[in-house]
Design a protein around this ligand. Structure first.
Ligand code: GLA
Length: 432
């Protein structure tokens, strides 16, 4: 049988050495400090962060590392070990929305946003080298991992220069502020109007736990998740179908949701069915209310797909998250817990496929085949339109499920999928 491609995370020491070396090769001197931040998978709660919903991501073992030294001339020079990327320099005062059109927007946008938000007095410049083992374009938040490691770096450099400045990364409250800056950088400098889940988990994750994030105010709760103890694992299938969040599809869904939120006069769409974890309404009622509003003709409905279907997804996904939280709150997980979780994951996928329409043939095949091969549940994860799926599988069956997906992809002429195993790891940190 052909070998499967597993993307295991690099050992930390080796990774630190690599990014330090990349820095020395490019800039000719030793970097002052090294920081890293993880990619993520979302267990459940998709496309509801920007609707004020509750999401349940976990940080991956795969991380982005940055080596950094401060400069005093206001210039940011950025290099990466990624094939084909060129070292680029930009003056800090040239960074502005619309002014940076390469991947370095995810780097230089962060100190810009920190300064805009008053988290940095000034951007004095820096040399930065980047090295990552978060698969790129796989829907696993390689961009948030980059932003968050850079945020930690500028936070640390600023506190190093000024002993009266408190290190934001030292507290969860401070990390929440850094996440806000990373979101602003991604929205305004990189031009991807994403919702904040990815930056929040990368900066605030806790090893061994999934984080529930209530995106009304980004309050978090840790939910311990020990799949190994239950003889299970979370298989990530990177479909390697091309995926981008700034190509208009994501923005269209978001515009539809914003129109509904305006029409309902409610800031948070998901509060139509829940208030946090308290269920207070049902999806059919909310959809019926929407029909009345829409038929009165007073709202402009953007996009060619039905906004009603978007609403159904957003509300039903929020209820699935609430059910998931309650499952974990019910005490020691049993076999019933895991099979119910599996059902919720699969139902989430169906809703993203049929109502929200953000899946693609590769994601649908990955999910269907994983289920046929014995997965307890499976769904796309992240923004969709390519990227990755997650499958909850019995640990002993992980390889068989992966082989079945690989064969199904080969027979359809899809790209060869890559695989990784997701365990909840640590948030962004300094490396020594
Ligand atoms: C991307 C975005 C997130 C979130 C997901 C969908 O990962 O960056 O903010 O909206 O898509 O859940």
């Amino acid at each position: 049988m052909t070998e499967l491609v597993w993307k295991t995370a690099q050992e930390t020491g080796a990774h630190v050495a690599r990014v330090r070396q990349a820095f020395i090769d490019e800039f000719g001197y030793e970097p002052a400090r090294v920081f890293s931040a993880p990619g993520r998978v979302n267990l459940i709660g998709e496309h509801i962060d920007y609707n004020g919903g509750i999401v349940m991501p976990l940080a991956l073992p795969h991380r982005t590392f940055v080596a950094i030294s401060p400069r005093t001339d206001g210039v940011l020079r950025v290099t990466s070990t990624q094939d084909g990327s060129e070292t680029t320099g930009i003056a800090a005062d040239a960074i502005a929305p619309g002014a940076v059109d390469s991947w370095i927007a995810y780097v230089v946008g962060v100190p810009w946003a920190m300064r805009e938000l008053g988290l940095l007095d000034e951007v004095t410049g820096a040399d930065i080298a980047v090295d990552s083992d978060v698969p790129l374009g796989a829907g696993l938040s390689s961009s948030a991992a980059l932003e968050c490691s850079v945020a930690l770096a500028f936070d640390a450099l600023a506190s190093g220069n000024d002993s009266s400045r408190q290190l934001l990364a030292a507290t969860d409250e401070g990390r929440k502020k850094l996440a806000t800056a990373c979101i602003k950088a991604e929205n305004e400098i990189a031009g991807a109007n994403t919702g904040g889940m990815d930056q929040s988990i990368s900066l605030r994750a806790s090893q061994g736990s999934v984080l529930t994030i209530d995106c009304r105010d980004f309050a978090t709760t840790k939910v311990p998740l020990d799949l190994a103890a239950a003889g299970l694992s979370l298989l990530v299938i990177d479909t390697r179908a091309p995926h981008q969040l700034n190509d208009g599809q994501y923005a269209k869904r978001r515009a539809g949701c914003d129109a509904m939120a305006d029409a309902f006069g409610e800031k948070f769409l998901s509060s139509l069915v829940t208030d946090g974890t308290e269920v207070k309404g049902d999806v059919d009622d909310a959809v019926a209310r929407w029909r009345e509003i829409a038929s009165a003709g007073e709202v402009e409905v953007p996009g060619e797909y039905t906004v009603e279907a978007l609403l159904r997804h957003v509300l039903s996904e929020q209820l699935r998250v609430v059910e998931t939280i309650k499952l974990f709150e019910a005490g020691e997980p049993t076999a019933g817990t895991w099979s119910k979780l599996g059902e919720l994951l699969t139902a989430s996928h169906a809703s993203l496929r049929d109502d929200y329409q953000v899946t693609c043939p590769e994601l649908d095949v990955a999910v269907d085949v994983a289920l046929e091969a014995g997965a307890l549940g499976a769904r796309m994860t992240g923004g969709g339109f390519g990227g990755s799926a997650v499958a909850l599988v019995r640990a002993g069956e992980q390889d068989a499920v992966a082989h079945a997906v690989r064969e199904a992809f080969a027979s359809r002429g899809f790209n060869e999928p890559h695989f990784l195993s997701a365990t909840p790891e640590e948030s962004a940190r300094e490396e020594f």
